[in-house]
Unconditional design. Structure first.
Length: 117
């Protein structure tokens, strides 16, 4: 299954591509992850998590296309992680842009969200 969720705001677009792979669902996120777009990510993640239940499984988030992420975006990532735990699914960030990598490092959330190498 492949689907896209989109948010078109002032002068920007945000997209979450949802695709199934042999190792589980992957959400590829493009654009700015913030207060206005976090709900789009959470909705796409909930649909993907519903397909993984009952776990164990892994939901991968590819954030290499995220150009900006603020505290609201980080909150969305942590919410998705908690919702995954509730259904027995590991939520793991498998790729980051330099912006997201720095945010995860500064906030101490990298160990919680990044898939170990």
């Amino acid at each position: 299954m492949t689907s896209d969720d989109r948010f078109a705001g002032r002068d920007r677009e945000f997209t979450v591509e949802d695709r199934d792979t042999p190792v589980g669902p992957v959400l590829t996120v493009l654009g700015e992850l913030d207060l206005g777009t976090g709900s789009v990510l959470r909705a796409a993640a909930r649909r993907a998590l519903a397909r993984t239940a009952p776990g164990p499984a892994v939901l991968r988030l590819d954030l290499t296309g995220v150009s900006f992420c603020d505290s609201s975006g980080l909150n969305a990532l942590l919410t998705v992680r908690a919702e995954g735990e509730a259904v027995g699914t590991l939520v793991a960030v498998t790729g980051t842009s330099p912006t997201v990598a720095r945010l995860l490092q500064i906030t101490g959330t990298a160990a919680m969200l990044l898939l170990p190498a």
